[in-house]
Design a binder for this molecule. Structure first.
Ligand code: ADP
Ligand code: MG
Length: 702
């Protein structure tokens, strides 16, 4: 397999080595300058690339091409065109020019725009993003050439997730370069942010999945009592893979490798049926595209194995949820990681300055970071069963915390807490240097050696927003730093003072303790840190004066783009909860309640027939069960009626924010009220009568 692996890797990608081989040297050089240095791409160059790309795709059996883009729905979209064009005598030509490569015109009115365009101004454009390579997708529809693109309106406003991400990468490059140059590294000409997202997911058997309307329509279970065995035995985490899951992962890896995705780590996660896949990090833009492809492949490959892949943040209440750990750092084109502390972080002033910049940025805009990881599913996950809380704070670990404390106190960090050796107490095991930081699983934003790990990010979401936000807020702080430092005539003193004052002012965001504890919620409130449990609470962060200043100044999002994004977020929330509520109404009314009624008749029949057979027989068990079941049944019916009423009421609302608030405040509690009695009944009613697979079946029947 070893050799085959290097042959397979990237076979479906029009990547740099393919281009180098196939393009004229000057074309390749020009494209490389566009990709790596952000230079403009000339039309003649694009034409040569288009022709070669077409040839390559056709050689690989492609019949269609598509502009692959990422509208605000969070998933990818595409419109396929075949390469054919009519020629004389009933024949065809295969056509594809730079025009088709560079520009597409999907009808923008079918995608969310949050009021950015009226439906009569439906025109939208997709434009080629040459920084992420084109690739082939092979499925039942044949082979398609997929061209990563950005998507914007007729008037140039971003209608997608990619455009702001690319803008934010420019922003952070601009500001980080200024700092690096101040430190004398004139050879650096570009700073990129690199991202490695770890993807968590669940696999369930397709036959069980198909019996659960809630999983089909909403991606999560809306009912379900806890199974007798959960994750308390800790026996699933890193447990050995079953044959079935193993063969799934094998095929998934193969698909991803062909797409040039560096799928690296795979293992079982904390919860039963939960797994994780992590690729090796790459630039934020590619990492985002790749993550979309990873999610797509996970779902596609699962179906081939009679499985369904659940990417929802909280498929099962009371069981560990799924997140996406977004590892983020800044790397120069000379190969230096700016967040690498080196052996003596206390003496690495440039590192400390970047560290201070991230801390200041996260403290200034904790609300925006929270929002960048918000979706309706994450509302269920955050703060529950081993997920980070909705409060954003930073974990630095013992060593760096000590360095920061010294800096705040004296402006200098004279000593370093030693890492020490790890002694296992077993002489045959090698001793090795222990990491300077231990792990803290409860922290939403943790420094992990040479990168930050943003763990709040939702498992089903694009990582674009999270990284756009991170890049923008850090760019803003770096700009402040650079302005100050460039204006000073004593650089060393100025850096020293700046690090001290910034850390002093923003130390409240640092927290190494247990993020799950209730004491932390109270403590965070005392520190003035925002606690935004729901997506709906977080959306206003996008349109505060502070946010508008940040995003417009960094050239990432205009005020109208921000307002439209807020509107879209409210709509997404309202729609998602609306579907959940309706699914519950349907399931309760047509599955659960009829099944429970049947059980009450069985109980009544039993009481009657036993009594008829023997008047003195004890029917207290049946009677008690009947009383309990009937009373919970009545409670469920009452809750169902209440939810139905709210559903009707919701229909009268049209404005996004009003709707979202209504769903959050009224509909969500009503859904809870319906779930409660039915989950309780699940533990009482005869298993044979229960209309859907239980948690135990979903999680263990694999
Ligand atoms: P963990 O200990 O959390 O499993 P890993 O070293 O396996 O950490 O890395 C997790 C993810 O972080 C991987 O995708 C990895 O490629 C990525 N990563 C490692 N270094 C960096 C970096 N400097 N910048 C961004 N991501 C990184
Ligand atoms: Mg990790």
């Amino acid at each position: 397999m070893g050799e085959r692996l290097t042959e397979i890797f990237g076979t479906d990608v029009f990547n740099e080595s393919v281009m180098e081989e196939r393009l004229p040297a000057e074309t390749f050089q020009a494209l490389k300058e566009t990709i790596h240095q952000g230079k403009r791409l000339e039309p003649e160059v694009a034409e040569v690339i288009a022709q070669e790309m077409k040839k390559w795709a056709l050689e690989h059996g492609a019949t269609h091409y598509t502009h692959w883009f990422q509208p605000m729905t969070g998933v990818t979209a595409e419109k396929h065109d075949s390469f054919i064009a009519p020629a004389q005598k009933g024949k065809i030509l295969l056509e594809f020019s730079s025009k088709e490569l560079i520009k597409g015109e999907p009808d923008a009115s079918s995608f969310p725009s949050g009021g950015l365009r009226a439906t009569f101004e439906a025109r939208g454009y997709t434009t080629w993003d040459c920084t992420s390579p084109a690739f082939l997708r092979e499925d039942a529809a044949g082979v398609t050439l997929c061209i990563p693109t950005a998507f914007c309106s007729y008037t140039g406003e971003a209608l997608d997730m990619k455009t702001p991400l690319l803008r934010s990468m420019e922003a952070i490059n601009r500001q980080a370069l200024r700092i690096v140059h101040l430190f004398g590294h004139k050879d650096v000409s570009r700073v990129e942010c690199s991202v490695g997202p770890e993807q968590e997911y669940f696999l369930v058997d397709q036959k069980n999945y198909r019996k659960r309307e809630d999983l089909i329509f909403t991606g999560r279970t809306l009912f379900g009592a806890k199974p007798p065995k959960g994750q308390e035995m800790d026996d699933h985490y890193f447990g050995s893979l079953t044959e079935r899951v193993g063969s799934y992962m094998k095929e998934l890896n193969l698909e991803l490798w062909k797409l040039g995705i560096l799928a690296k780590t795979q293992h079982n996660e904390v919860a039963p049926a939960q797994h994780e896949l992590a690729p090796i990090y790459t630039t934020a833009n590619m990492a985002t595209d790749h993550n979309q492809l990873i999610m797509e492949c996970m779902k596609k490959v699962a179906k081939r194995h009679g499985l369904e892949c659940l990417l929802h943040e909280k498929p099962f209440a009371g069981v560990n949820g799924s997140g996406k750990h977004n590892n983020w750092s800044l790397v120069t084109d000379t190969g230096k990681n700016l967040l690498n502390p080196g052996k003596t972080p206390n003496e690495n002033i440039q590192f400390l300055l970047f560290l201070a910049a991230v801390i200041e940025a996260v403290d200034n805009h904790a609300d925006l970071l929270r929002l960048s990881a918000a979706n309706p599913g994450n509302d269920q996950r955050l703060g529950a069963d081993e997920a980070p809380p909705a409060i954003i704070s930073i974990f630095l670990g013992e060593q760096l915390t000590d360095v920061v404390a010294q800096l705040i106190e004296t402006g200098e960090a004279k000593h370093l807490k030693k890492e020490g050796k790890l002694h296992t107490g077993v002489s045959t095991l090698p001793t090795f240097g222990r990491d300077g930081t231990d792990r803290n699983r409860t922290s939403p934003f943790a420094f992990t050696g040479n990168k930050f790990e943003f763990r709040t990010v939702a498992s089903s979401m694009s990582i674009a927003d999270a990284n756009t936000t991170l890049n923008s807020i850090v760019a803003e702080t770096l700009e402040r730093f650079a302005n100050l430092l460039e204006a000073s005539d004593n650089f060393d003193q100025a850096v020293h003072d700046l690090i001290k004052s910034s850390l002093t002012q923003h130390q409240r965001i640092l927290f190494n303790g247990n993020g799950y504890s209730p004491e932390w919620i109270a403590e965070a409130e005392r520190r003035g840190l925002p606690n935004l449990p729901s997506m709906v609470d977080a959306i206003p962060a996008l349109t505060t004066e502070k946010a508008i200043r940040l995003f417009t100044r960094q050239g990432v999002l205009s005020e109208s783009e921000l307002r439209s994004r807020a509107e879209i977020s409210y709509e997404i929330y309202a729609k998602a909860i609306n579907i959940e509520a309706r699914t519950m109404i349907d399931m309760a009314g047509t599955l659960y309640i009829p099944a429970i009624v049947r059980y009450t008749s069985e109980l009544s029949n039993s009481i009657n027939s036993v009594k008829a057979a023997c008047e003195t027989a004890d029917v207290s068990v049946q009677t008690k069960l009947l009383i309990k079941t009937s009373s919970l049944l009545a409670e469920a019916q009452k809750a169902l009626d209440a939810l139905r009423k709210l559903d009707v009421k919701a229909n009268g609302k049209t404005e996004g924010k009003e709707m979202a608030l209504f769903f959050r405040r009224e509909v969500c509690p009503a859904m809870e009220a319906l779930r409660r009695p039915i989950d309780e009944l699940e533990m009482i009613v005869d298993r044979r009568l229960w209309p859907v697979p239980t948690y135990a079946e979903l999680l263990y029947d694999m």
